[in-house]
Design a protein around this ligand. Structure first.
Ligand code: SF4
Length: 399
């Protein structure tokens, strides 16, 4: 598989800002010399892409060779992006071609944080919510169905909440780790295989929706699954890796055929000349466009944990959760822990925001001293909001 994250040695200045943010020490090289990525160790979180500031205008002659290389590979969009030394493989051009194919039935799902961050690419204030404009823009890009990954987040949470309560009751394979962050899963596979048995068996929300698109939704629309192009818009570069995993298929078909990032969606909208800011709001399509509050909080640090606790509470007590103070779960990077009373059960939980903080917990599990029942791990420092596919917010000094 394409390593997805690359460093262009012709553009890299060797500033090693990327090495400072890499959570798994996968960036190799001396300061002042071009850096390389250890693909085995890399978790594809894209934090290096987010932080790389080595770019200049296209007219800069030093960028010509990189631009030419990208053109030859078909990776340079007709919409110009600044060229960064560290970059992720783009799929904007490939998707643009696929969307023009009248024989494919095109279905797209959008992760919850896209509706918050897409607006930044169009000059709207940070945090402006634009779900209606985004749905309208996706239809103008030629998608036949516009679905919401939040639906999948609800499905994941129902499954994961049940799995958690079952495992706590039986005492089996504790602690249970979340498995929705593919960068965390890749890290566990390469650096901590002793915890693999502890990961939740649930698919991530993106893959849940992908599987439903090729089965339930295909049946509802009367479309052969093989004729469906299943696309996901994600804040995350590692979701490209997850979608390409061998096991992510249903009856021999990919659940998600293509993943594009928030930046790539903005490229496609600009490329088509869509006046995003003045688009009228449109709804998502049903039934995979509906969701609960649990699905909505999935993308923030602690969101998976909070949603699972709320679901677990209802499963155990058969009552709605009282106004429990779960704010301790949210917050900045690092490890936060808590004990939550669920009926007679005292549930010990930990929330790891930022993959570099997980090592102490992995050591506890290896030594049999881990006190927690449930641990959420998100690779990016503030969860998916700070994912590697999100709009780049460069400081003026980096421009
Ligand atoms: Fe992707 Fe979110 Fe994990 Fe970052 S925290 S690697 S954006 S799933």
């Amino acid at each position: 598989m394409d390593p997805i994250i690359h460093i262009d040695e012709e553009l890299c200045t060797g500033c090693r800002r990327c090495a400072a943010v890499c959570p798994v020490d996968a960036i190799i090289g001396e300061a002042g010399t071009p850096q390389r990525i250890d693909a085995h160790r890399c978790v594809v979180c894209g934090q290096c892409v987010q932080t790389c500031a080595a770019y200049a205008a296209e007219s800069d002659p030093s960028l010509t060779s990189r631009a030419e290389k990208l053109r030859q590979r078909g990776q340079l969009s007709s919409v110009r992006e600044p060229l960064f030394a560290a970059y992720s493989t783009g799929h904007a051009i490939e998707l643009k071609e696929a969307l023009a194919d009248p024989k494919r039935y095109k279905v797209v799902q959008c992760a919850p944080v896209i509706r918050v961050s897409l607006a930044e690419e169009f000059g709207l204030p940070l945090g402006t919510l634009t779900p209606g404009k985004m749905a309208a823009a996706l239809r103008l890009l030629n998608f036949d169905r516009v679905y919401d990954t939040n639906f999948g987040a609800d499905v994941t949470i129902m499954e994961e909440g049940s799995e958690l309560i079952g495992r706590v009751m039986s005492g089996e394979r504790l602690p249970m780790f979340t498995s929705c962050c593919p960068a965390w899963v890749k890290h566990a596979e390469t650096a901590a295989p002793h915890v693999l048995d502890h990961l939740s068996s649930c698919k991530s929300p993106m893959q849940m929706v992908g599987a439903l698109v090729k089965t339930y939704s295909a049946e509802l629309d009367g479309i052969a699954p093989a004729d469906i192009l299943s696309v996901a818009v994600m804040p995350c570069t590692c979701k490209k890796f997850e979608a390409g995993r061998e096991e992510m298929n249903v009856d021999g078909l990919r659940e998600v055929d293509m993943v594009i990032t928030t930046r790539e969606l903005a490229q496609l909208i600009k490329d088509k000349g869509i006046d995003f800011i003045n688009l009228p709001d449109e709804p998502f399509d049903s039934p995979l466009g509906k969701y609960s509050g649990a699905g909505t909080i999935f993308g923030a640090t602690g969101g998976v944990m909070e949603a699972a606790i709320r679901t677990g509470y209802e499963l155990v007590t058969h009552e709605s959760i009282p106004n429990l103070q779960l704010d301790f779960i949210r917050g900045d990077e690092g490890i936060r822990t808590a004990t939550v009373q669920i009926g007679d059960l005292e549930l010990k939980v930990a929330m790891v925001a930022g993959l570099k903080y997980v090592s102490s917990i992995l050591e506890q599990v290896a030594g049999g001293t881990c006190p927690y029942h449930f641990i959420e791990v998100m690779a990016c420092p503030e969860g998916c909001v700070s994912g590697g596919g999100q709009p780049k917010l460069l400081l003026e000094t980096q421009r």
